[in-house]
Design a protein around this ligand. Structure first.
Ligand code: PMP
Length: 349
């Protein structure tokens, strides 16, 4: 027998969303952005590559200096408060590695991002989940939470609601350990906890480029936190974790905030129209602050609807969890894609 660690042998492993590689699908299952990234990203990648790809010969800047400086300006912090990452998943992983030793506790809300559980299991740390009250607060959260880390997904995925900053500050005060505010979807919302990092030493904010910047395929994320936290994350990461093309893409994307706003406004307009259409079709829809909506059909049989959509080559995400009322999470695609899914849902009934 090979000496595989017990927790690795026993864990199931994460199953990522279905990513069909052939054309012909309307793909609304993993919250990608339906529009292309800023043209400046493409230009920066081509320029970096050079006519013969010669830049690829050399290692990238291990410290991501330029991208960090641009992000720091954007978020009004010093560069040592910022770290870039290979997707925000890398940050979630390294935060657990930095703060939660074997057997120590990591908390998060169920339902939220299920990858927290996988990462905690790999580390051999202990998972503790909390439910939600009807008004979207954390149920039974202790006056003093002693876990090493707590992941707060805000806006929440898959439900789409957001925690307000007053509540996030209260949670930060009640957490003895680190409060990670996972803001993967925050560009589609109208509030953010980003500036709270200056006020509360235990708040870390993580962001992704996979949703609002249309760069899921580049694998980019960032975190903002106190320099002690960033320095710890810098020790842990692979030294060349971001390739040259990803680095210039990150810088160009962050610099083009105008394009970001246009992209996000378009997605939010389509989201709000589509949410109303779903309500007219009898779905229960939670007001969304992300680039997706969570919807429960009136017969609470999301699987029936999922299967009927799948037959029509429309992919959404179905949750068998009774806590989620067997609902569906539907990513916001283009206006045309949402017209098609609406027609299909009308037909399916
Ligand atoms: N956090 C949440 C809540 C997410 O939904 C996702 C992606 N599905 C991530 C983090 C990870 O994003 P990335 O693509 O940057 O790794």
């Amino acid at each position: 027998m090979l000496p595989l660690r017990k927790n690795i042998a026993e864990m199931a492993g994460y199953v990522p969303g279905f990513q069909p590689q052939e054309d012909g699908w309307i793909k609304l299952n993993t919250n990608e952005n339906p529009y292309p990234p800023s043209a400046k990203v493409r230009e920066a990648i081509i320029a970096e590559l050079g006519a013969e790809g010669e830049s690829l010969r050399k290692y990238p800047d291990a410290a991501s200096k330029e991208a960090r400086a641009v992000a720091a300006r954007l978020y009004k912090v010093d560069p040592e408060w910022v770290i870039m990452a290979n997707g925000s998943d890398e940050l979630l992983n390294n935060l657990i590695r930095a703060f939660a030793g074997e057997g120590e506790e990591v908390g998060y809300i169920h339902p939220s991002y299920s990858y927290y559980a996988t990462l905690t299991e790999i580390q051999g740390a202990k998972i503790r989940t909390f439910g939600l009250t009807d008004d979207f607060k954390i149920a039974d959260f202790p006056e003093r939470y002693e876990g090493k880390l707590f992941f707060l997904t805000s806006p929440n995925a898959p439900l789409g609601f957001i925690f307000d900053n007053a509540y996030i500050e209260e949670l930060a005060q009640r957490c003895a350990g680190v409060l990670v505010v996972d803001e993967a979807y925050v560009d589609f919302a109208d509030s953010s906890a980003m500036q709270l990092v200056k006020k509360h030493e235990n708040i870390v904010v993580t962001r992704t480029f996979s949703k609002s910047y249309s760069l899921a395929g580049m694998r980019l994320g960032l975190a903002v936190a106190r320099p002690e936290v960033i320095a710890a994350l810098d020790k842990i990461r692979d030294h060349y974790h971001l390739d040259r093309l990803a680095l210039v893409a990150a810088t160009a994307a962050l610099e083009d905030q105008e394009q970001l706003r246009l992209n996000v406004d378009r997605v939010c307009n389509v989201r709000d129209c589509f949410s109303n259409e779903l309500r007219k079709l009898g779905y229960e829809v939670i007001p969304s602050h992300g680039n997706f909506v969570f919807a429960v059909p009136s017969d609470r049989d999301g699987k029936r609807v999922y299967d009927a959509l799948f037959e029509r080559k429309i992919l959404v995400r179905y949750f068998s969890d009774p806590l989620l009322k067997h609902g569906l999470r539907i990513t916001i695609g283009t206006r045309e894609e949402m017209m098609k899914i609406k027609e299909a849902l009308t037909e399916i009934g």
